[in-house]
Design a protein. Sequence first.
Length: 232
Amino acid sequence: MKAKRIKRTDPAGPLAENAAKIVKVRLEELRGFTPRALKPEAKAAQHNMRIAAKRLRYTLETTGFCFDRSADIALRRTKDLQGLLGEMHDADVMLPRLREHRREMRGQDVAAVRILAADAGDLDPALAGRAPHIPSYRGIAVLEVDLIARRRFLFERFTEAWQSSERRGVWSALERSADRILEEAARRREAAARAERARRELDAAETTRREAAERAELAAAELAEAERRSRG
């Protein structure tokens, strides 16, 4: 899953402000996979949600100190989600491999039984019991059952963890913390802009004052010269 682009970050700007922008986007990514990922069959959405959780986790691990306590809580929940979704993904990867392995063994066993039958007029059902992979089928079946049951168990824990986080306002609290940082940064920029405007106005007023003083001085000199000549 391609990460969403973080807009308007400033490498030379304050870390907290940049971190808040990144966290908001990564949090939006994570939450964007629900409610789809809360359906048992939504494997692609769950896989992408795991990647989104990993990105948010890494962001909070490196910049969490910029936020309030909500970041610590969100980090713990994100780790839990990433772990559960990761184990679910492992099962999703393993199950098709087991089925493919069983299919390959079955094909080899069919070929072996046919060889055992040789030129017999009919196929003796007992020959199937002599297929080379017969002892392995039960082990694979048991492993499949275990993986399917474990994935179902993990999915239930995942949905419970997500719903609990929503009820407790974990993600909303983190978002509010990021918003406060961005609002404070905006206030600081506005204050700096007002100070800069005031400085420019003061400079302009001082320039105007100096020019007026110079004109007054010149006018006084001209007046004095004119009076001198009039007396002359």
